[in-house]
Design a protein around this ligand. Structure first.
Ligand code: NAD
Length: 477
């Protein structure tokens, strides 16, 4: 989405990059090499549908191949264009470096309204798009590994994986050509909710640092915080659900494409989502909350935390000054334009930047890719061994207590929990939590410790650019 009078999405990402690069000591040549997008492939293909040939336009952009494979989602939306795909590919480079997933940055998109086609038609279109990318190695386990993004999910990823396998019948690593697949088709537990879960872990880590919380003029922990979420799709729904059900946040408003729902007591996110599922994705008519048709205006309502989780450019020069949230978590990619970012910073608003906030998806995608390459489910080897070792300890404690007449009894539930070895989901959550904590700490070290760094976004760019530069240097560039 291009906002009038503002730089395009890709220019916005580049300008944000430049703010950070200015504070770094890099050779000008290297700075330029990292910033530019290496290549963008545009494809136009026809599919016979409803008695005639429909032509579609798709893109796959590779921003940086400092590490391979390159990684990045495939978006299905009418707004997809080259500028957007290149901006998103650049963000993938920085995101992967920040959370230490060993990938370069890429992104793909297909100009299509997915709701305009039925499932069978969508499968034909997706397979044909995948065919075009696969034959040019733009989908490949060792070179370019897509994932879901706006408008795509497990179903589309399963079609892509199957298309690749059909075209590469002897590739033993075929399943690793794409991530975000359903668990029965080579996916991993916890991937669907990974980005929303990552948003939750990011916020939990932020609230562990009192100094950072006070920079956002907030107090205490997440419990009771009033949250507004834009977009109740994959990312927004999971983030809102986990924050309200597990951390005590109150989701006081949800903004969707047809308006917003408001409830000061906190919305029941699951209920709202169920309603949308049964009403073609629309909120209007939901009985248990106030409905407002002008959803965008709700971004400006007072709250503690604003989570834009829909699309880019929604907070821009014209509405930034009216935003009241002291803390914004960019669950979507690029929801704040370069111009708005400046206005918000001057107001003292703390922004947890996209390349960190929504990195949970690529993190768990990385785990899925490793799982596919190792051909074994996480936890399969060690789970029962862990349980056996824990059982030894428990039995020894019980024996000691009985022998010595100590009368010890283990707290209710402790034994069951302690005796449970880690299954795949537990390991994925642990790996994601560790990644989000470690990456936040790397950012805040730069935020608080480096001269001239005013905000988390610049800190995130400095960490990422530094890591990409290091890789280039070790390659002799
Ligand atoms: P999605 O298609 O599942 O959900 C998007 C939601 O936003 C939908 O419910 C849609 O109705 C709503 N929406 C669309 N236009 C809107 C508007 N103008 N106002 C309000 N709501 C609107 O997409 P998603 O996968 O949740 O992705 C959302 C954002 O998160 C995108 O920016 C995407 O790049 C980013 N992201 C997604 C993932 C992932 O794993 N899916 C990972 C990282 C980043």
């Amino acid at each position: 989405m291009q906002v009038t009078g503002e730089p395009s999405f890709r220019e916005s990402v580049d300008l944000m990059f430049n703010r950070a690069a200015k504070l770094m000591d890099m050779s000008p040549g290297l700075e330029q090499k990292i910033r530019v997008c290496n290549s963008t492939y545009t494809v136009r293909f026809g599919v016979r549908l409803r008695g005639k040939i429909e032509t579609f336009t798709g893109y796959r952009s590779v921003h940086s191949e400092h590490m391979e494979p390159v990684k990045g989602g495939i978006r299905f939306a009418l707004s997809v264009n080259q500028d957007e795909v290149e901006a998103l590919a650049a963000l993938m480079t920085y995101k992967c470096a920040l959370v230490e997933t060993p990938f370069g940055g890429s992104k793909g998109g297909l100009c299509i309204d997915p709701r305009a086609w039925d499932e069978h038609e969508l499968e034909q279109i997706t397979r044909r798009f995948a065919y075009e990318l696969i034959k040019r190695d733009l989908i490949h386990p060792a070179q370019n590994v897509p994932a879901p993004d706006m408008g795509t999910g497990e179903r589309e990823m399963a079609w892509i994986a199957d298309q690749y396998a059909r075209m590469n019948t002897t590739d033993i690593n075929a399943k690793a050509c794409v991530t975000g697949k359903p668990p029965h088709a080579g996916g991993i537990q916890g991937r669907v909710e990974a980005t929303g879960r990552g948003v939750q872990y990011a916020l939990r880590e932020f609230f562990r640092h009192r100094e950072d919380v006070s920079k956002a003029r907030l107090l205490g922990g997440l419990d009771g915080k009033r949250v507004i979420v834009q977009g109740l799709g994959n990312v927004g729904y999971h983030a809102a659900k986990f924050l309200s059900e597990e951390d005590g946040c109150k989701i006081i408003a949800v903004i969707e494409r047809d308006g917003a729902l408001l409830d000061e007591r906190g919305l029941n996110v699951e209920d709202v989502r169920q309603w949308m599922n049964g009403h073609e994705g629309l909120m209007a008519g939901y009985p248990d909350a106030k409905y407002v048709a002008d959803g965008v205006a709700i971004l400006e309502e007072p709250c503690d935390i604003l989570i834009p989780a829909a699309l880019e450019g929604v907070i821009h020069k014209d509405n930034a000054a009216q935003i009241k949230a002291p803390l914004i978590v960019e669950a979507a990619n690029g929801p704040i334009t370069f111009g708005a970012d400046e206005i918000l910073r001057q107001k003292g608003c703390v922004i947890i930047p996209d390349m960190y906030a929504n990195a949970g998806g690529v993190t768990v995608s990385y785990f899925e890719w490793v799982k596919n390459l190792s051909h074994i489910r996480f936890g399969r080897m060690q789970r029962r061994a862990e349980e056996a070792r824990s059982r030894l300890i428990v039995e020894e404690l019980e024996r000691l207590s009985a022998d010595q007449n100590l009368g010890w009894t283990l707290a209710e539930g402790f034994k069951d929990k302690f005796l449970q070895g880690s299954d795949e989901l537990a390991l994925v959550r642990s790996g994601l939590d560790d990644t989000m904590r470690t990456a936040y700490q790397a950012m805040r070290e730069v935020w608080h410790g480096r001269e001239g760094v005013e905000d988390l976004r610049v800190a995130a760019y400095i960490v990422s650019i530094g890591r990409v530069a290091q890789t280039y240097r070790s390659k002799g560039l």
